[in-house]
Ligand binder design. Structure first.
Ligand SMILES: Cc1cc2nc3c(=O)[nH]c(=O)nc-3n(C[C@H](O)[C@H](O)[C@H](O)COP(=O)(O)O)c2cc1C
Length: 358
């Protein structure tokens, strides 16, 4: 099986090509520090060739969700260190997804006085769950000044350094789903008149500079990028998402990154995998609702070099073994996706005969 073959992505040595995709699960402590259940959950999944740990904020302004972990404070770094030690003890590799929410934020989630910022003052349609006050509309964001944009870029370099201090093998920049990098990329959310706005080549500048800052901090071979051309999640719109992403992919390809992690949205007009091959090149992790058979086919046909799985990893901590041996896959409890505690998170057992199969 191609899925089980080792792979080198920059400085990252994967024992197999089954990647655990990042999943926000809201299990950190209220101060963004990973605790015991997160140590258990990630350690249980260490047989993945690479774990991409959930979207994690580089600074308090970047927090999007309740109980979302951060990588900004000493306590957060120490908490993550326990996670990475446990994954490494299990023979795994783990990178951290750095996620700045930008306008996807609420003052009911962040500490008092922490603002919600964005490329432009364009509020996202929709609501977000808050522990403090239930469902709330997104904040009206304040547009960052040019100097402040540069400071946020530096925060990304610092987040990469912090991730290494926490024992991560590398970082992945979250460039999808309408969070800050995609807000800069997309014409619907970026109305800036400075060098970070305007044509696609300039709207890509923020993402490129974040990647460059991360690469300078920890080496390009430990930095990945996640993209999803055509994604309209979180009220995102762009005049020509395929062309914008092609431009960014070409810019990113000059940096010598570890990989591009590309999601294919249900957008028949954009073949995101072909776009990534054409404009980024080698070292692609592909993601699109794969199962074992379709993942193997994606590798054999050359669409990707590794495949990431998100939802199958929720109920199958031993997904790699199940795929290798053709064992049945367990289902997961949707109601427990974002609830605190071990239930529906770190209590899914490994395969143990017919009784464990869903
Ligand atoms: C509960 C949940 C949380 C997610 N959180 C993130 C995240 O933090 N960062 C991200 O890039 N994608 C996130 N995603 C998207 C997944 O990484 C993945 O792209 C998507 O689920 C499709 O893959 P799958 O069909 O294998 O589940 C999340 C998905 C789920 C189901």
């Amino acid at each position: 099986m191609r899925l089980m073959q080792p792979l080198r992505l920059g400085e990252l040595e994967l024992a197999n090509r089954v990647v655990m995709a990042p999943m926000t699960r809201n299990r950190a402590q209220p101060d963004g520090v990973p605790g015991d259940v997160m140590v258990d959950y990630y350690a249980q999944r260490a047989s993945a060739g690479l774990i991409v740990a959930e979207g994690t904020w580089p600074s308090a302004t970047g927090q999007a969700y309740c109980r979302q972990p951060g990588i900004a404070t000493t306590a957060q770094i120490a908490g993550w260190r326990r996670v990475t030690d446990a994954v490494h003890a299990g023979g795994g590799r783990i990178v951290l997804q750095v996620m700045h929410g930008g306008r996807i934020g609420s003052r009911h989630i962040k500490p008092a006085g922490v603002e919600t910022v964005a490329p432009s003052a364009v509020r996202a349609a929709g609501e977000v769950f808050t522990d403090a006050a239930g469902m709330q509309p997104y904040d009206e964001p304040r547009a960052l000044t040019t100097d402040e944009v540069r400071a946020v870029v530096r925060e990304h370099g610092q987040a990469a350094s912090n991730a290494r201090a926490a024992g991560f093998d590398g970082v992945e920049l979250h460039g999808t789903s309408g969070y800050l990098p995609m807000q800069f990329l997309s014409s619907g959310t970026n109305h800036r008149a400075d060098a970070y706005g305007g044509p696609a080549a300039q709207r890509a500048r923020f993402v490129f500079e974040c990647l460059a800052a991360m690469a300078e901090a920890i080496g390009a071979g430990r930095v990945g990028l996640r993209l999803n051309p055509g994604n309209t999640y979180n009220d995102t719109s762009d005049e020509d998402s395929a062309a914008t992403h092609a431009e960014l992919m070409r810019q990113a390809a000059t940096l010598g990154l570890a990989y591009l992690h590309v999601m294919r949205a249900p957008m028949p007009a954009i073949d995101a995998f072909a776009l990534a091959r054409a404009h980024f090149g080698a070292r692609l992790i592909v993601n699109d609702g794969f199962d074992g058979a379709s993942a193997e086919q994606a590798l054999v046909s050359g669409q990707g070099d590794a495949v990431s799985f998100a939802r199958h990893f929720i109920g199958n901590p031993d997904l790699v073994r199940r795929l290798r041996e053709g064992l049945p896959l367990a289902r997961f409890d949707r109601k427990a996706l974002y609830t605190p505690g071990a239930k529906g998170y770190s209590d899914y057992p490994p395969f143990a005969g017919a009784a464990a199969a869903g």
